[in-house]
Design a protein around this ligand. Structure first.
Ligand SMILES: *[C@@H]1O[C@H](CO)[C@@H](O)[C@H](O)[C@H]1NC(C)=O
Ligand SMILES: *[C@@H]1O[C@H](CO)[C@@H](O)[C@H](O)[C@H]1NC(C)=O
Length: 237
C-alpha cells in the first residue's frame, strides 16, 4: 500500500553524519567490523530474531518484504543493542518496502543503522511522524529506545522549501536524553553530487536529487500517525 513511486524522484536526501562534517568528497571507508553478513531480507529478519546476533552486515543492496518475517514470532522483541551496517564502499541501499510493525525495541535498546541509504521506510510523512514503519511503538512503562542513524542517507519523498525545513527543526525540542544542539545544513551536497547519474539502475546514492542536506547532529522524538490522524509518541527517539 505504498504511495505512488513518482514521488520518489522528488526526494530530498539527508545524509546523517553524527561525527564532524566530512570535508573530503568520499564516503567514509568501511572498517572491518565483525558481524553476520546478510544479503537479503530473509537473512536480516533471521538475524534480528536471533538473540546471539548483535551486528548485521549488509554487503549488497536489497529490498525487505513482509514475507521475510513469516514463521517468526512478531513483533520481534529486541532486548539487545543491534547494529545494521552497510559493508560496501558506498552506503548500501536498504529498501524497507514500507514493511510495517515487525520489530519492537525494548526499553533503553539502541538500534544503530550505519552506512545505509534508507528508502521506502515511512509510508506517511517522515516529517510529520519521524520513525520507521518497521518498528512498532515501545511499551509505555519502559524507558524510551533509541534509533541512531550514522553515516546514513535518508530519502524524503517530498521536497519542502528550504526555509520551511529550517523552521521544522526549530519547532521540535531536542529530547533531553540526547544532549547537544541540532545542527542541520541545507542545502549540502552529497559526496557524489558532481558526478550524479540519472540512470534508473544507478546506485541510489549516485543519483541526481533536487535537494540534499546534511544532518550533522540532530535528535527528535519519534511519532506514529494513528488511523484517525492523531500523532502519538512511539517511545523511541
Ligand atoms: C546499548 O548501548 C548503550 C549506548 O552505548 C549503552 O548505554 C547500553 O547499556 C547498551 N544496552 C545494552 C542492553 O547493551
Ligand atoms: C538529471 O535529470 C535532471 C532532471 O531532468 C536534470 O536537470 C539534470 O541535468 C540531469 N543530470 C545529469 C547528470 O544527467
Amino acid at each position: 500500500m505504498g504511495p505512488p513511486l513518482r514521488f520518489a524522484f522528488c526526494a530530498a536526501l539527508l545524509a546523517c553524519v553524527c561525527a564532524q562534517p566530512v570535508s573530503h568528497p568520499v564516503w567514509p571507508p568501511f572498517l572491518e567490523v565483525p558481524g553476520l553478513a546478510c544479503s537479503d531480507g530473509r537473512a536480516l529478519a533471521a538475524a534480528l530474531a536471533d538473540s546471539s546476533v548483535t551486528t548485521a552486515l549488509l554487503p549488497v543492496d536489497f529490498v525487505l518484504r513482509d514475507s521475510d518475517f513469516s514463521g517468526l514470532a512478531l513483533p520481534l522483541d529486541i532486548r539487545r543493542n543491534f547494529t545494521i551496517m552497510g559493508s560496501a564502499s558506498r552506503p548500501v541501499t536498504l529498501d524497507l518496502g514500507f514493511v510495517g510493525h515487525k520489530v519492537r525495541l525494548g526499553g533503553g535498546v539502541l538500534l544503530t543503522i550505519s552506512r545505509v541509504a534508507l528508502i521506502n521506510y515511512r509510508s506517511g510523512s517522515a516529517a510529520q511522524a519521524p520513525g520507521l514503519d518497521l518498528l512498532t511503538p515501545g511499551e509505555a512503562d519502559e524507558p524510551v529506545a533509541l534509533l541512531r542513524l550514522q553515516d546514513c542517507v535518508m530519502s524524503y519523498r517530498l521536497c519542502f522549501p528550504v526555509d520551511l525545513t529550517r523552521q521544522y527543526f526549530e519547532k521540535f525540542t531536542r529530547p533531553p536524553e540526547i544532549p547537544g544542539h541540532q545542527d542541520v545544513r541545507r542545502p549540502a551536497s552529497l559526496p557524489t553530487a558532481a558526478s550524479c547519474n540519472n540512470r534508473t539502475g544507478a546506485p541510489f546514492v549516485d543519483r541526481c536529487f533536487p535537494l540534499t542536506g546534511l544532518y550533522v547532529d540532530a535528535a527528535i522524538h519519534g511519532a506514529d500517525v494513528q488511523p484517525d490522524g492523531r500523532t502519538t509518541d512511539n517511545r523511541y527517539l
